[in-house]
Design a protein. Structure first.
Ligand SMILES: *[C@@H]1O[C@H](CO)[C@@H](O)[C@H](O)[C@H]1NC(C)=O
Ligand SMILES: *[C@@H]1O[C@H](CO)[C@@H](O)[C@H](O)[C@H]1NC(C)=O
Ligand SMILES: *[C@@H]1O[C@H](CO)[C@@H](O)[C@H](O)[C@H]1NC(C)=O
Ligand SMILES: *[C@@H]1O[C@H](CO)[C@@H](O)[C@H](O)[C@H]1NC(C)=O
Length: 478
């Protein structure tokens, strides 16, 4: 376990010598600061854009001596002492100060080895607290209800009882990037400034950010621009996995918080209410596969997750203007980017030139699946949305080029970007495509692929697989 290093002053140096050293150091610091200032003025930072030389400049870190409180970090854990130790060591090694961030370890259940790790950190560091949620009687096989109950309980506790107004939610199986705190400090400002007021048909609606996430669902090093530590995107798809929310949002979510699958619930249109989150190009969190195992989704996404590693970009986000992700300017720039991008189709993705951005349209879920498979994007759909989608636009780096995968309507006329509406039927269509891939493409079933047809139902019954069929859930044949 790492402890914070304490600086010890030499007892033998004469007072005069100390004064001289301090004076020299001060003028050096003033000199460095003025350099910083130049950097700040001269660094041009764009949002969703790539490939220009000036933007490759990664911002330099900047010491922050401000002791003002910023946020609580709520760490969820249950049964993995080694994972918790790893996660807390990283958090506390990087925490800029115990005044700025309070760490609250929320343990589900009473596993002794986990409680011991938590107590150790509470003892060794300031402003670290350990709270315990009693485990209710839940079958081991399905822990989604337990996870939801724990989330609700702990978030109620930190917002309603401890009265924090901003909370960063993490989990014990996450590794964090070395600019994790800088990112969230900046993210807090973003959360508080995006009160974009819209006038649509004389109706005023306020669209605010829902969250700031450190996670990129399509963040594998093979499909991102690894030089763009400063690049941040808006997304309609709630990413989770290291994310900040405000008390205002929790007050809204808490009463209806679901009994299971809370993250998918967050992605429902009626819960999302057209609001977006932001996420970085380069993930600031990653799954520690070794310490945490498969994760709650049963290893389903292991191939994708293992390619995502936490950033060591060390970006000073305080130098990044919040306007890069505020809706009006962001949308305007994204529209321009899509306008300027060159058309490409799947046959000629090898002929691209590094100096351009490219765009490729999709009309329906089959198109989407084909493109996603080609570019190695995650294919799954929630609330009609693809992971990382913003008004249906998903971006990826491929052969060193930025590609925008865009809905047909936006491809035809990029200015229509914000008119795109997600179709919740895509969830059921997507389920069918997965079903088809599993049973029909593999020739397990040779007839016409339609789970509603009497022939196919009879086939499942004959095999004794009727329950399997029911478990797929509602499907729409496409
Ligand atoms: C914890 O942080 C708060 C400010 O955020 C500070 O006032 C307090 O002194 C800190 N607690 C300890 C034990 O240092
Ligand atoms: C944990 O809680 C259960 C249920 O209340 C109890 O039976 C068990 O003895 C507790 N274990 C420890 C280590 O405290
Ligand atoms: C979201 O935006 C669409 C299109 O502007 C609108 O029709 C819909 O009512 C909005 N939904 C909510 C919940 O605000
Ligand atoms: C790729 O194909 C599209 C459509 O056929 C065409 O418009 C575009 O110019 C081609 N791009 C390259 C780089 O060859």
């Amino acid at each position: 376990m790492k402890r914070v290093l304490r600086r010890s002053a030499s007892k033998h140096a004469s007072t005069l010598f100390k004064v001289i050293v301090i004076l020299v150091l001060c003028s050096f610091i003033i000199y460095l600061r003025s350099e910083d200032h130049e950097l700040q003025k001269n660094t041009v930072i764009h949002g969703p854009r790539s490939n220009s030389k000036e933007e490759e400049e990664v911002l330099k870190p900047n010491a922050d001596n401000d002791q003002t409180f910023i946020a609580a970090v709520l760490v969820f854990c249950a049964t993995r002492p080694d994972a918790l130790r790893n996660h807390l060591s990283q958090l506390l090694a990087q925490r800029p100060s115990h005044f700025q961030y309070h760490v609250i370890i929320s343990q589900d259940g009473n596993k002794t080895s986990v409680a011991q790790v938590a107590s150790r950190f509470v003892k060794d560091f300031k402003n670290v607290t350990h709270i315990q949620h009693e485990k209710t009687e839940i079958k081991k096989r399905n822990n989604y209800p337990a996870i939801s109950a724990h989330y609700k309980w702990a978030l109620d506790k930190v917002f309603k009882e401890f009265r924090y107004d901003h909370v960063i939610v993490t989990e014990d199986d996450l590794d964090i990037g070395n600019d994790f705190f800088s990112y969230f400090h900046w993210g807090k400002q973003v959360l508080n400034t995006d009160d974009t007021i819209w006038q649509i048909d004389d109706v005023q609606c306020i669209i605010v950010f829902r969250c700031v996430s450190a996670w990129n669902d399509n963040g594998g090093s093979n499909i991102i621009d690894t030089k763009r530590g400063d690049l941040v995107w808006r997304t309609d798809f709630f990413p989770g996995l290291g994310w900040m929310l405000s008390r205002e949002l929790w007050d809204e979510l808490s009463p209806g918080f679901p009994a299971a699958y809370w993250d998918d619930w967050m992605r429902k249109p009626e819960v999302r209410k057209n609001r977006s989150c932001i996420h970085p190009e380069i993930s600031r969190t990653s799954h520690n596969m070794k310490l945490a195992g498969k994760g709650s989704s049963g290893g389903m996404f292991k191939d994708y997750l293992s390619k995502i590693s936490a950033s060591n970009a060390n970006v000073d986000f305080s130098l990044l203007p919040t306007t890069v992700v505020l809706k009006l300017s962001y949308d305007k720039r994204l529209i321009e980017e899509i306008e300027d991008a060159k058309p490409i189709d799947l046959q000629n993705t090898t002929n691209m030139e590094k100096t351009y951005n490219y765009k490729i349209p999709y009309k329906n879920i089959r198109d989407w699946h084909q493109l996603a498979a080609h570019f190695k994007l995650m294919t799954d759909i929630r609330g009609g949305m693809q992971r990382t989608a913003y008004y249906g636009v998903v971006t990826v780096m491929y052969n060193m080029c930025r590609i925008f995968v865009v809905p047909e309507s936006t491809y035809q006329d990029p200015s229509q970007l914000t008119n795109y509406v997600y179709d919740p039927d895509w969830d059921k269509q997507n389920r069918f495509i997965e079903f088809e891939t599993y049973y029909c493409k593999t020739k397990k079933y040779l007839g016409k692929c339609d789970p509603h047809s009497p022939e196919m139902i009879a086939f499942f019954k004959k095999k004794g697989w009727k329950k399997r069929l029911d478990d797929w859930g509602e499907m729409i044949v496409v």
